[in-house]
Design a protein around this ligand. Structure first.
Ligand SMILES: Nc1ncnc2c1ncn2[C@@H]1O[C@H](COP(=O)(O)OP(=O)(O)OP(=O)(O)O)[C@@H](O)[C@H]1O
Ligand SMILES: Nc1ccn([C@H]2C[C@H](O)[C@@H](COP(=O)(O)O)O2)c(=O)n1
Length: 250
């Protein structure tokens, strides 16, 4: 398989903790390879928004499960145009607000609700023709353990807190530590996104710029998919990105 073959399947799974750069990096990698993009965290957020809007008690697992089963969610997969509708309403801004962020772990730690969302995510991956970058917390391990490339994207706690603070600017909550570190601690009770499983590459972006991190992912994709032409790997088109040094050796 070669990452440049536009007809070949190419599922790239990226997991990691909050603020490690999954969304920004995955979107850019999807653009460069011409793939779809799936933000699975947005799906957990959309269900949380739906529960809050419908007055569902988030401590009641059975009620959360019913709401997850019936959520009228439409998820777009264009990396250039985020589309997230619930009951026809654009919820892109609302699901990033403090209200949802502070409650989303109640949904993500409801195991039967996870099963519904995992099924929906697998369907979306299938519908993309298996040409997609999917990111979250359990993509490499549960949603798509058969992905062509699996990466755990990490960064130190200090780097993640600093990035999130910069990203939110004046809108940053006084609760930032809870929203980053506390949320990861809760989510870690149901999924492992802190240690790389067998076959999953670990990419630590603490000391990397965005571009270096994107390039790091591209290098791994090329390495994992260029099995047919040993030593002939190239970067995707139109990026100016270089193939890894060893891949260019004759
Ligand atoms: N390598 C990097 N160096 C500097 N900043 C980065 C890097 N990677 C990402 N960022 C910035 O960090 C911020 C958080 O990144 P992003 O939203 O992609 O993280 P995330 O892992 O998807 O977080 P969450 O899971 O909470 O949604 C963004 O503003 C992004 O531009
Ligand atoms: N595959 C996933 C994706 C996300 N979650 C949980 C963890 C987060 O608390 C929440 C929102 O994700 P974010 O937008 O911050 O990436 O959803 C999960 O459990 N599994």
């Amino acid at each position: 398989m070669n990452a440049r073959d536009v007809n070949a399947r190419l599922v790239i799974a990226i997991d990691g903790p909050s603020g490690s750069g999954k969304s920004s990096v995955s979107k850019e990698v999807a653009r460069r390879f011409g793939l779809a993009y799936l933000d699975t965290g947005a799906m957990y957020r959309a269900v949380t928004w739906w529960c809050l809007e419908s007055g569902v008690d988030l401590d009641d697992d059975a009620a959360v499960l019913v709401a997850t089963r019936s959520v009228p969610l439409e998820m777009g997969t264009d990396p250039d145009e985020e589309r997230i509708l619930v009951a026809g309403q654009d919820v892109r801004a609302a699901i990033r607000g403090d209200r949802v962020t502070d409650h989303v772990s109640a949904v993500s730690t409801t195991v039967p609700a996870r099963e519904i969302l995992v099924r929906m995510q697998r369907e979306i991956i299938h519908e993309s023709g298996n040409r997609i970058v999917a990111e979250g917390r359990d993509i490499t391990t549960v949603v798509a353990p058969d992905a062509d490339v699996r990466i755990l994207l990490t960064a130190s706690q200090a780097a993640r807190m600093a990035r999130r603070g910069r990203q939110l600017g004046a809108a940053a909550s006084s609760n930032l530590q809870a929203q980053v570190v506390g949320r990861d601690a809760k989510d870690s009770t149901v999924v492992n996104f802190t240690s790389a499983q067998d076959g999953v590459h670990l990419l630590d972006s603490s000391e990397l710029t965005m571009e270096q991190t994107v390039q790091g992912v591209i290098d791994l994709v090329i390495r994992d998919t260029d099995t047919a032409h040993d030593g002939a790997a190239e970067a995707p088109d139109d990026t100016g990105a270089a193939a890894p040094e060893e891949a260019r050796q004759p």
